[in-house]
Ligand binder design. Structure first.
Ligand code: KG4
Ligand code: ZN
Length: 331
């Protein structure tokens, strides 16, 4: 079996996948969300401390399976360096004690493989990756080579939900909170869609965040219905922005298969709009099961299986924390 370890942000998670049949043998995640919630975002120092408690506790649960582990796959990029260190240190120590090789996994490649958890990976594939840290549209060719087609110049899609939630004192993370609140609201604010009519094929969410800030400042009474209306208008505009640029990209690339991945891919309103778009192009849409949209060790173990079969191992000294995004070298 391949062990997957994920600790790039505020979730500690491990999983065991049978490399012969992709069966998920063990999966568990300890989320720190409720602890960071009162701060309105992830506090790195606190995240690091919590990983050092959670990761060994998770490992303890699978000690009966140690002798079946063939390789250890661990997220080493991108993410919060102080969080990544926890997973990497544990992976290295275990690799030495069990005498099994290490596999470095890019967190974003992990999200992409979350749609292939139990099936063979199939490329070419178009991808929308929407998480707390990234908003990317990717074209992956049949050799699994990745081309970035669009990204954000400022905030990410998920991050904008977190910030809007924080502005209305609704806690962290904001994604599910805002999505649920939007269901009770009306689109009364009619915010401007970012970069509408602009030729640039890129995303920007900070202007929309400021429109929300102004609406909050102007409202005399920020009661529940007002909050719901703001959530509704914000979400509608953020999704329209995604779709607006995705239409241009779809027109050019005409993806036969398209995956929506990352924590914010759990958003059902977003899924619905992308499905409508994909229908026009006869494009098949792939999602991860809801449980595996957000950060998890299973997607890391799944990439681990792929790399194990190709013998793409990494030495103790080469395995380093790489906090920044670098998809060029990623596979
Ligand atoms: O992939 P993920 O778990 O962590 C990162 O790699 O960043 O994504 C977390 C992000 C958070 O910003 C969270 O608010 C957002 O995904 N998110 C959502 C929803 N569920 C989670 N955003 C919008 N709608 C949701 N339902
Ligand atoms: Zn993620």
């Amino acid at each position: 079996m391949i062990l997957g370890i994920e600790s790039s942000c505020d979730d500690s998670s491990i999983a065991l996948i049978d490399h012969k049949n992709l069966e998920l043998k063990f999966y568990k995640k300890i989320s720190q969300e409720s602890i960071h919630s009162s701060y309105g975002g992830v506090v790195p120092e606190l995240a690091a401390r919590l990983h050092t408690q959670a990761l060994p506790a998770l490992l303890d649960e699978i000690k009966g399976e140690f002798n079946r582990i063939k390789a250890i796959a661990v997220t080493n990029e991108p993410g919060l360096s102080v969080s990544l260190i926890g997973g990497i240190s544990m992976a290295k120590a275990l690799s030495i004690s069990l005498g099994v090789p290490l596999i470095a996994v890019n967190h974003l490649i992990g999200h992409i493989y979350s749609v292939f958890l139990t099936s063979k990976a199939r490329f070419p594939l178009g991808v929308l990756l929407v998480s707390g840290g990234h908003t990317l549209v990717l074209n992956i060719d049949k050799e699994a080579k990745i081309e970035i087609l669009a990204t954000t110049g400022d905030d990410s899609f998920g991050e904008s939900f977190d910030k809007v939630s924080k502005m209305m004192s609704l806690g962290y993370p904001g994604g599910a909170v805002i999505e649920n609140l939007a269901l009770k609201g009306r689109d009364e604010y009619k915010f401007t869609i970012p970069l509408k009519g602009d030729k640039r094929v890129e995303y920007s969410f900070s202007g929309l965040k400021n429109q929300v800030r102004l609406a909050i400042e102007k409202s005399e009474n920020l009661d529940d219905q007002t909050k719901a209306n703001i959530a509704c208008s914000f979400q509608k505009t953020a999704i329209s922005h995604i779709i607006d640029k995705l239409k241009i990209i779809y027109d050019k690339h005409k993806f036969q298969r398209f995956a929506i991945v990352g924590g914010a891919s759990a958003n059902l309103a977003l899924r619905g709009e992308i499905e409508k778009l994909a229908k026009k192009y006869n494009s098949e849409i792939l999602y991860a099961p809801l449980k595996f949209c957000s950060d998890n060790g299973a997607m890391i173990a799944r990439v681990g299986v792929e790399k194990y079969l190709k013998k793409e191992f990494i030495s103790l000294s080469e395995l380093q924390v790489r906090p920044n995004l670098n998809l060029k070298k990623a596979r």
